[in-house]
Design a binder for this molecule. Structure first.
Ligand code: OAD
Length: 232
């Protein structure tokens, strides 16, 4: 029998309880750093060392963090459902909690690539948190993080759209839905799907959403329990 398909669309809030800061909440990352200094191709061209240091700091935090109950609850959905996680996060906490199908729209901190013209062709595992200036790709260019910067294309978008068009249930968690094209992904879900939003704060979503105004771990543990109960 076909399992029902759940798409989980996650953002920084799902990892907040693992100690990884969000971007736009008060005290968030974009209050401490300017996007144009650390997260654009122009920033890299101007000061690659500063950009490298920023992502080293984030990679270290990510490697030290542990999945929280929200990541584990999402992974537990796989017992009863066909689950695809589409995340804007560059951490690997969904995978480490056991989710088997994860699409990273904005890249992954555990991978690096060339900063030269072959950037999109090959990725390399980065198992240590620190990338040093002078660490080069086989093509001779400095390694840069495998993340999508503002102003860059989102190569995994098409793949993500292909998945969400056949969703039965969509769970949006921990994202302010501010950053496009990623945030637009939910518009591709079938209109008759069931929609849930888990976020402790106000997020602008269509009326079709069941809003669960709780933190990711509280909200998802409850939601997953009740969804799994539907499938004895
Ligand atoms: P934001 O920082 O914009 O939004 C975080 C969301 O998480 C907000 O809606 C918060 O209310 C919510 N939140 C905070 N604590 C939470 C908790 N404990 N449980 C659940 N939700 C909580 O982060 P994103 O929407 O992920 O892109 O940001 C999208 C993109 O903007 C990121 O992927 C990144 C950033 O710039 C790039 O760098 C390209």
């Amino acid at each position: 029998m076909r399992k029902e398909k759940i798409i989980v669309f996650s953002g920084a809030g799902v990892s907040a309880e693992s100690g990884l800061g969000t971007f736009r909440d008060s005290g968030g990352l974009w209050e401490k750093y300017k996007i144009e200094d650390v997260a654009t191709p122009e920033a890299w061209n101007k000061d690659a060392e500063k950009v490298t240091a920023f992502y080293n700091m984030r990679r270290k935090q990510c490697f030290e963090a542990q999945p929280n109950p929200a990541h584990h609850a999402i992974a537990a959905l796989e017992k009863k459902y066909d689950v695809e996680v589409i995340t804007q996060n560059v951490d690997d906490l969904h995978e480490r909690a056991g989710s088997s199908k994860v699409i990273h729209l904005h890249g992954e901190l555990s991978k690096v690539k060339s900063s030269g013209p072959s950037a999109e062709k090959a990725f390399y595992e980065q198992s240590h948190w620190e990338v040093k200036m002078g660490d080069l790709c086989p093509d001779g260019y400095q390694l840069r993080p495998h993340v999508v910067w503002f102003g860059e294309a989102v190569p995994m978008l098409e793949e993500a759209v292909k998945k969400i068009v056949s969703a039965d249930i969509v769970i949006v968690v921990g994202t302010s839905l501010n950053v496009y094209p990623a945030a637009g992904i939910i518009d591709y879900a079938p209109k008759n799907a069931r929609f849930y939003l888990v976020d402790p704060n106000e997020v602008n979503v269509p009326q079709s959403f069941n809003v669960i105004k709780k933190t990711a771990s509280e909200g998802l543990v409850d939601l997953v329990k009740s969804l799994n109960k539907e499938k004895p």
